[in-house]
Structures are given as C-alpha cells and as structure tokens.
Design a protein around this ligand. Structure first.
Ligand code: 4AD
Ligand code: MG
Length: 462
C-alpha cells in the first residue's frame, strides 16, 4: 500500500478505509485502558494525526509503549471517525513499525517548549517544530507564487550568475571568490594581490544583485526577472539582515518609475492574497502564537492602495513629527529603520512607496532627475519590516551614466557591457529588488530574519 500524507488523511472525506502513513512522533500519551495516543506529524501540514495504539499490538510492550518524541514510525491501520474532541479523524493502528527511536534524555525537542534563540543552535532539527515547519511551507508557497505571478504576466525567468566581476551596488560589501593560497599571495608592482594568477585571471566575488545582468536581458526580451541567492559582506547584526539571502529582481524595458511602483504593489498584493488563500492553517498558527493581528493586517494590505510620497516630503513629515528619533531626520540622510518604520506604522499605517531620493545616497545606475539632486529611485516600506523593496528607473543616457560612475569612483572601463546597452538601442527601463526573507518575515510575523531561512548566514555565524 502506498503511503498517504497526513495532510491528505486529515482532509479525507472517507473513513473506514485502510491506510499507511509515516512520520515523527510529537507526543505519546499512555491511557489507563492499556493503550497509547500518538500524535504524529510528517511535515505535510501543521496538524498531527492521532494514532490509537492498543496494547494488543505485538510490539506494544517492547517498542510502542516506549516511544518518545522524535521517533520515526510507519503506521498501518484504519482511518476512523474520532470519538475524542479536537480531531475528526484518527488512525486505529493495526501495525506500527518503529524506524528510529529518539533518546528522550538527549533529543532536544522533547515535550518542553524551547525558544527561537535556542532553536537557532540546532538548525538541522528545528524544521521539526511547528514554527519552522510552517515557515518552510510559507516559503515554498511564496516561491511558487512568485514564479506564477511573473509567468502569468510574460516575464521570463533569467538565471543571472552568482560569481561576478562587477559590483552592482558599488558599496564594496562583497565576498571575494578566489583559489589563491591566502598564506602565499603574489603581489604586483603596486603591492596589490596579482589576480592574473587567480582562477578567473581577475578579481571575482559573489553577487550582491543580479540587476546588471538582468538589465541586459530586459533590453533584449522586454520583461524578465531573476530570483536567486545574493551575498552581502556588510557587518550588520540586525533582525533584518542576512549575509546570504534570496532576492527577486524584475526588470522591465520601456518602463518608468511609476510603472515600477505599480508592479511592486501588484506583486506584493498577489503574494499577500496567495498566502491568505493557500496557507490558512499555518497563518492561523502564526496569528495565534507569533504575531496577533497578522491575518487581519495581511487582509487589509492585500486590498489597500499603497501610499506614494517623495523622499523630500517624507523627510519633512519626519522633521515635523514630535517623535524623538535616535537619528535626527534631515534632507540628504539615508533613512534609518526607525524612520522607515515610523512612516509605515504611524503616518501611513500601511505600505508606502518613497520615491526620488538624493543622488548621493543611491547607486550610480539610478536615473538622474531634472532637479540635478535626486534620482528616480523608490523604496517600498512596510510596517515592522521597513524597506522590503528597493528599485529605480535606470539611467539610460550614456553620458549621464558615465558621469555618475565617475562620481561614485567606479571605472567605466569595468562596465563596458553595461554601457553598451546605452550605446546600442538604449531604452527607458526600470526594476526593483525584493528581499525574499523580509517578505517571509512579513507574511509570517516572525520577528527575526534568521528564523525564516533554513540555514542563516550572518557575521561570525556559518
Ligand atoms: O535595495 P537593494 O540593495 O537593491 C538592489 O540590490 C537593487 N540592485 C535591486 C534592483 O533594483 N534590482 O536590495 C533590495 C532588497 C532590499 O529592499 C531588502 O529587502 C533586501 O533586498 N536586502 C536584504 N535582505 C536581507 N539581508 C540583507 N543584508 C539585505 N540587503 C538587502
Ligand atoms: Mg535598498
């Protein structure tokens, strides 16, 4: 007989049928009548199925009566209407085979509750808990819905490289990729490592964004997106930063900043609706145990039009507010998380798209506005998470782009391919990057970004 997944069994309309299922024991409770209730979970859904194991099972005394949380079993039996409360169906076991025991003195996920910080120490086991199982299912659903959203709108999925020779954000926070022996590096005349000896014959690093390569495909195929791992070597130990995260980056040819903001809103709302529809019981769990009000908030934001405001107006609102900020707001500053959150949580009480930032605090590729001091940039800010999306209209004018590179101390010679897009058939185009883990954080209400990715990478943590 084929194994059924617990999710399908719990949703089954039939009872009285013979089934086989398998999973990990969450709890076992011995009853006075000489039988055990086993709560079994297989990761297919949040809920456990209850197994009724009577002591006439041949291995009851030797094995079943000694089962502890974490043990793995295969159950054959009859799916029956439950007489107890709390579940509609349960399995009356005819046979239980123990695949692997778990020593209750050593297994870290016993009956006692254990906090998220401690669970971070055991990433190889934490997926067996309710919270991390639910996060994994929401992550999966969001991945699927991202692909669906773009596919339905004719955006091509482009796989941009992970190893790269150029720094997209110009911030220099890149992880170097090298096969040079660190104990024995040859230097050139200027005292720099001689990268001609290195694997690629030049300096290489892990990508901080697929945008530059994405743009080349958008400027040939129209609308594209990339969705892949992204690496930043910045020393940010916050609940919103990872050293390795996943970024979704759509790029549209023949589009401006306002098209970009429209796409960002449609995209986020599609994803909010999708989790509400397809992750109901996981969301109910988060709503009850992690973040009260989560579902109501997602429902509201899935409908509400996102506010749009210029950076200049936003800074004025922050200055005029009587909120005591740690960093005093002033024009020209990079907004801190406290400012972003104040705008989204207190002033607009929902998502807000801030546009037209000062050119000096943004990357070289953003299109210079006519005022000479701002660029056609946008950040989408959400309550609690702050910046979830960063994007812009791209500078499509060759001379402006070269000027901007020089102003950022970047050598145009290193960006020949990127500049070629402006030399041959240049078009207005725009795109953005969405931090996938920040999205998962927002949809689950998980407080720390390290709890929404299976193996978080952060400074001094591998
Ligand atoms: O604003 P960022 O740096 O934009 C770019 O990289 C552009 N090249 C995107 C584009 O226009 N194609 O990053 C985009 C988003 C941020 O808004 C944030 O959500 C997320 O990526 N992000 C991080 N998420 C987790 N940990 C980090 N260290 C992150 N840095 C950025
Ligand atoms: Mg940004």
């Amino acid at each position: 007989m084929k194994r059924s997944r617990i999710k399908d069994l719990l949703n089954s309309k039939e009872s009285g049928i013979d089934v086989v299922t398998a999973g990990w024991v969450r709890t076992r409770r011995a009853s006075k009548g000489g039988f055990s209730f086993i709560e079994l979970n297989d990761g297919s859904c949040l809920n456990n199925i209850q197994i009724l194991a009577f002591n006439d099972l041949p291995n009851y005394d030797s094995e079943i009566g000694r089962l502890h949380p974490g043990a793995s079993i295969v159950v054959e039996g009859e799916l029956v209407q439950s007489e107890g409360s709390g579940q509609a169906l349960e399995i009356k076991a005819a046979k239980i085979r123990v695949l692997g025991h778990a020593d209750p003195m050593e297994y870290p996920l016993g009956k006692q509750r254990i906090n998220l910080e401690r669970l971070r120490e055991i990433p190889h086991l934490r997926a067996r808990t309710n919270s991390f199982g639910a996060v994994a299912r929401v992550r999966d659903l969001l991945t699927f819905e991202i692909t669906r959203f773009f596919h339905d709108r004719g955006f091509l999925y482009v796989h941009t490289p992970i190893i790269t020779g150029s720094d997209c954000e110009g911030a220099g926070a890149m992880f170097q990729v090298t096969t040079l022996d660190p104990a024995n590096i040859k230097k050139d005349e200027s005292g720099q490592p001689d990268y001609s000896e290195d694997f690629f014959g030049q300096r290489a690093a892990l990508t901080v964004s697929g945008q530059l390569e994405g743009e080349t495909y958008a400027c040939a195929l129209g609308n594209i997106y990339t969705f892949g791992p992204t690496f930043r070597a910045e020393n940010s130990n916050t609940r919103r930063h990872l050293s390795e995260f996943w970024m979704v980056e759509p790029e549209m040819a023949f589009a401006d900043l306002s098209d970009d903001a429209d796409l960002a809103q449609d995209f986020l709302q599609h994803l909010f609706n999708a989790v509400l529809t397809h992750c109901k019981s996981d969301l109910e769990f988060f709503n009850k145990r992690i973040k009260p009000g989560l579902i109501e908030r997602l429902e509201r934001l899935a409908q509400a039009t996102f506010a749009r405001i210029s950076y200049t107006d936003a800074i004025e609102m922050l200055i005029d507010s009587d909120q005591g900020f740690e960093f005093d707001p002033h024009w020209g500053m990079d907004m801190q998380s406290e400012h972003e959150r104040y705008l989204a949580e207190e002033i607009f009480k929902g998502p807000v798209v801030v546009t037209d930032y000062p050119k000096d605090i943004k990357a070289f590729y953003m299109r210079r506005n006519d005022d000479g001091r701002t660029v056609a940039a946008m950040d989408v800010l959400l309550p609690e998470v702050g910046e979830i999306i960063g994007g812009s209209q791209r500078e499509e004018r060759l001379d402006h782009l070269i000027d901007a590179m020089r102003a950022s101390n970047l050598d145009p010679k290193n960006y020949t391919e990127y500049l070629d897009l402006r030399r041959y058939g240049s078009v207005p185009h725009a795109g953005f990057g969405l931090g996938f883990e920040r999205l998962v954080q927002f949809c689950t209400g998980m407080h720390n970004i390290r709890d929404v990715i299976p193996y978080p990478r952060a400074p001094k943590r591998l």
